[in-house]
Design a protein around this ligand. Sequence first.
Ligand code: CU
Length: 143
Amino acid sequence: MTLNKNMMNLIVAAFVATIFLNLVSTGHTAEPRRVVVEIRGFKFVPQRPALAPGDIVVWINKDIVPHTVTAKDGSWDSDLIEVGKQWTTKITRGMATDYFCAYHPMMKAGFSVSPTPAASIQTPPNRSGIASTQVPANTEPTR
Ligand SMILES: [Cu+2]
């Protein structure tokens, strides 16, 4: 049966293509994560978020005076961030993670950078979550 064999080949090809597309899309199409750090009350909030390479961090100055976001080792620097303004940077592997405000050196903060990009450490949707938390109904007839 040539027709059936062709159909079978088509089904196999479609199946393989689906798997391939799933593999390709995993971890490569995720939007960069945007993390906001507010500067208020002479503090960086959150003080030490967990970040990953590729994350976009936005420091927003919600304080009453200008501040800076300056790497402790001087390797990166926002320069002056006026009240109501913001500064954005992209997290890269190996970048300095401790920073302070050049105008108020007691304002210290930082972040951690995970070794893998955010896209590959995201938890996949838990398909069995509902089933595993459900208490099975007692089907035993009561006699
Ligand atoms: Cu400051």
